[in-house]
Design a protein around this ligand. Structure first.
Ligand code: MN
Ligand code: MN
Length: 457
């Protein structure tokens, strides 16, 4: 099978490169789920989207979004058909693996001040040491004030770091298995080493005292405020072109802002659809889609109920009809074939970088455990519209049978009795501080999402 690059002419290549510039900029501004929601709202409002509470009556052509706690968001473009007839839904997640600060993080040890952390999502912990890390998130004060924090992205900003043991003294460490080489409780970030001026009877904790002074003066943060904070350590710096031919992007957080951004662009560019278009960008996928802002929350269903209530008369049955008559692409990254590790894949059913948007009929592990399995009838409809529009796509599985596996939010929406299939973009080094994806695949996914919103019936 040919790659996308062999099929693109110069004009199309230029389009692909231009689109990837915009995507890199989104990544640089959206390094946490909260920042992704902020950036989504900024881009959506530019296209005329309004928050639901600004809308009096819902009618065809309306562009509406619901913001859930600043951590997940649902966008709708109301179609000409009744909402009860179902929607075309794009779903992706905007949380990524990272290192969270604990609620009581700060301590001093032999003249150094560190912050204790608790990692989030499935990471190889040894990959997250000896790297420049930025601090992103919010600190919520008792008076209701929310302080937004982003330290480490500007070139003049300081960064923080989790140390690794020098190779010279690693004889014992190097004997350990991968999951034990660096252990969770040892992920402590170095944040300072200058002591505050010594006062009478004061000898201990002066470096920590100095860091607290800086936090107070520069950010109005006191030590107790960490209790009501959500601070995330993420790799510092911008998304970069990868490869001498610039065909790939290396960046933090492709999983799954790559599908979030392409889905968002698809709905923002959607025009007067027959069926209502929806785009859900959820939080907490990396830890099981749990909680109020995860895909399992009642949030999305509530949004649809609110829309129905402002369209005509809401009834429980109409809500259920709308959900079960909807079609969805649950978009998430897939495991891209890696020539350095070919043995984990089965070559006929593997996603390859540069071979287009990647569909998984099912995910799960072992005997398809935990999977949502799309019906062949649904897949046939999708194939038809993709082929009609010359979209480049591939069908794959996440690795060899019995090698491992994974899941997405597909099953959660499928539980509402709608047709859902996993779609997405192949990446290398998934969940590493920097992941790799093909610019061509990003563009094909974006095209596929636009066609799905417009033509799926
Ligand atoms: Mn994902
Ligand atoms: Mn993931």
């Amino acid at each position: 099978m040919k790659t996308i690059w062999e099929k693109y002419d110069t004009k199309k290549r230029n389009k692909v490169m231009a689109f990837s510039q915009e995507y890199k900029s989104f990544l640089d501004h959206a390094k946490t789920e909260r920042e992704a929601v902020d950036e989504t709202i900024r881009l959506a409002r530019k296209e005329g989207f309004k928050e639901f509470k600004e809308i009096k009556k819902v009618k065809a052509g309306d562009k509406i979004y619901f913001n859930n706690r600043g951590k997940s968001i649902a966008l709708f473009l109301i179609g000409k058909d009744p909402l009860e007839d179902g929607m075309n839904i794009l779903g992706a997640h905007i949380d990524s693996p990272r290192i969270d600060l604990k609620q009581n993080p700060l301590y001093e040890d032999n003249g150094l001040v560190l912050m204790d952390t608790h990692y989030y999502g499935g990471i190889k912990k040894y990959q997250w040491v000896a790297l420049p890390l930025a601090i992103h998130g919010v600190v919520c004060k008792k008076d209701g004030k929310v302080i937004k924090v982003a330290i480490g992205e500007d070139e003049k900003d300081p960064v923080v770091e989790i140390s690794d043991l020098l190779i010279h003294l690693s004889r014992d460490q190097m004997q350990k298995t991968g999951s034990k080489v660096v252990e969770g409780e040892d992920l402590n970030a170095l944040v300072g080493s200058i002591p505050a001026k010594e006062e009478k009877d004061e000898k201990d904790g002066l470096v920590k005292k100095n860091i607290l002074k800086i936090l107070k003066e520069d950010y109005d943060i006191e030590e107790e405020d960490f209790i009501s904070a959500e601070l995330e350590l993420v790799p510092a710096g911008k998304a970069r072109d990868l490869g001498l031919d610039r065909s790939l992007i290396m960046a933090y957080g492709h999983d799954d802002r790559i599908c979030a951004y392409t889905s968002l662009m698809a709905i923002l560019e959607s025009r007067e659809p027959e069926r209502t278009s929806a785009c859900i960008l959820t939080d907490k996928e990396e830890i099981g889609s749990v909680g109020a802002t995860g895909a399992q929350s009642a949030f999305f269903e509530n949004c649809v109920a609110e829309l129905l209530a402002k369209t005509d008369s809401l009834s429980e049955l109409k809500l259920r009809h709308c959900l079960e008559r909807s079609c969805m692409l649950s978009s998430d990254v897939s495991a891209g074939f890696d020539p350095n590790y070919p043995s984990v894949n089965e070559p006929k059913n593997t996603a390859y970088l540069g071979k287009g948007i990647s569909f998984n009929k099912f995910t799960g592990s072992g005997g398809k455990g935990g999977s949502s399995d799309a019906t062949p009838e649904y897949i046939a409809k999708i194939r038809k519209i993709l082929d009609q529009n010359k979209i480049v796509y591939q069908f794959s599985e996440l690795g060899r049978v019995d090698q491992g596996g994974g899941g997405t939010i597909a099953y959660i929406l499928a539980n509402k009795n709608m047709d859902v299939i996993d779609a997405g973009i192949a990446v290398q080094n998934m969940h590493a501080p920097y992941e790799v994806a093909s610019k061509g695949d990003i563009y094909e996914a974006y095209q596929a999402y636009k066609i799905f919103l417009k033509e799926m019936a």
